[in-house]
Structures are given as C-alpha cells and as structure tokens.
Ligand binder design. Sequence first.
Ligand code: MRU
Length: 317
Amino acid sequence: MRTIDWVDGAVVIVDQTRLPHEVVWLRLSTVDALIDAIQRLAVRGAPALGVAGAMGVALAARSSADPSVVAGLVHRIETARPTAVNLARGAGRAAAVLPSAAAALEVALRIRDEEIHSSTEMARLGADLVTSLCGASVRLLTHCNTGALATVVGGTALAVAFELHRRGTLGGVIASETRPLLQGARLTTWELARAGVPHRLAVDSAGPFLMARGEVDAVILGADRICANGDVVNKVGSYAHALGARAAGIPFICVAPESTVDLSTPSGAEVEIEDRGAAEIVGSTAPPGTAAVNPAFDVTPASLVTAIVTDTRVWHP
Ligand code: MRU
C-alpha cells in the first residue's frame, strides 16, 4: 500500500482522517481537492506532503495553459501548510520545470521514489544507531505518526522501529497519543498493530514520567523541518519528550530524510509554526467561546537532540 501515488491522471491518497476505523481511498484530480486534503490532514506528514506538493504542481500544469494561472495555483499549494519544509520544496522542485506538465509529473514521481528509497536507508541507519546506543531489546517512545502514512511506504522514525522488530531487538513501543488530532492514537497504533509490533498507547503528558520511571530506553520521532543549527521542528509535544529524555538521561533521536533538512533556515526561531485555531481543541469540551492557542508544532533545540538520522548520515548537532 502506498499512502500517496499518481494513478491514471490523479493523486490517490488514503484518507487519514478516516483511520483507524475505515480505509478510504481518495482520488484528487484538482488542485482545490488536493489543497483541501492537505489542510484537513487527509494527507499529512512531511515526506508525504513533499510528494503531494509536487503532484499538485503536475495537476496545476494540466489544468491550464496560462502561466499566471498555474503560478497562482503553485503558490496556493506551496503555502497550504507552512511548517513542513517538504511541501513548498516538493512543489518548488516540480514548478522549476514548468510549463511542461509532463516534466512536472516526472519530477513528482522522482520525489516519490526518492522518499521510498530514503525510508529504507533511514530504517537501516536508525536501527544501527539505536542498537549501538541502547543495546538489544530496546523500548522506544514515539510521538505523532512517522510511519508509512507520513511518507509513501515504510516511514521515518517508525520505520526504525519496524526494522528493530524485524531484527528481533525491539522490546516494544509506547505511542504518545498526540493531542489534539491524535495521530499517535489513531495512526501509529494502527500501523504498529498491522506490523505485529508490541505497543502501548500513552497520553502525551505521561511521556516524561514514563521515561523517569525507567520504561523507555530512547525517544525516537520525526521532523517537519530540521534547521541549519540542528533545531528540530516537529509535532507539538516533541519538546516535552525531549526535556523528559534529557532529565532521564536517555537518547532523543530524530529520524527524517534529507528532504526535511533546511539549511536556509538558521534556527527554529525563524520557522512559521502553524496554529490550527481554537475549534480543534475547544470542541465540545471547554465552554463555548473559550479562547485557545493551538500550535501544531514545536521546536526542540539542538542541544536536546542526541542524533539526527537522515537517509545519508547520522548527525550529532
Ligand atoms: O500535522 P502533521 O500530522 O502533518 O504532523 C506530522 C509530524 O509532525 C510528523 O512527526 C513529521 O511530519 C515527521 S513524519 C515523517
């Protein structure tokens, strides 16, 4: 199963808003439909967004012969979500070969294939690193969803867990539920169960305590943007896990492809953090009209990061 692919002239994705209860495939044949899917997180996760962005440019180029119309569509794709660098970067790579729609599609398919290859490499490098740091039978805590659903196949941090499981050296995974949209509770547990990986679900705020209690050997998660100084921008809650890992004296490992490394952004302070508004967290729980602050991501400073594993290297920022 590929989370995102190009099939017969359209982008086909698994609708992640419907998981884990049902597997629904969406066929996106217009830029509007693609942007809507990106913004409501039907397709999500940095590498998958890179592929979506590039395929979106192919859709844009096929929809109009007017360069200014296509440029407007490309801009809307690039800015559909601001934090993961992959989205604008993927769209930008495909846009660089316009006006040819065929060439843009070729670039999009190349990005898809690069991400598939990256996933395999990160799994291998990450599993080697975790084993060298923690030995056999390692117990991991992960946050958000970094599996096949966030990429095309395989994953980033979760691909490392799958690889350790395959090698017989995984002692289990704690999936942090990832408030408010519950990517950990809905998606990571679904992927781990399908792969037969032993796992338990925990509320986000339990993470640092579980580390302090000795139930976690390493924290492993992904990134939406890795800055030039090694700051890691990832799903909100990552920073708390990093502080917990430092207090407990265990490694905090980030796994992300080179396509997520953004050397043009000096540090996390320069990254636009998406705020997804009050409705997602106020919902029916708080009194109607309650004001809210809802950053979808946070910044873990490089000083708290033990290692960043990409598809080509292990970086100790
Ligand atoms: O808001 P999301 O679900 O798109 O956020 C995704 C994450 O934060 C992931 O951890 C990140 O993209 C890395 S996944 C390979």
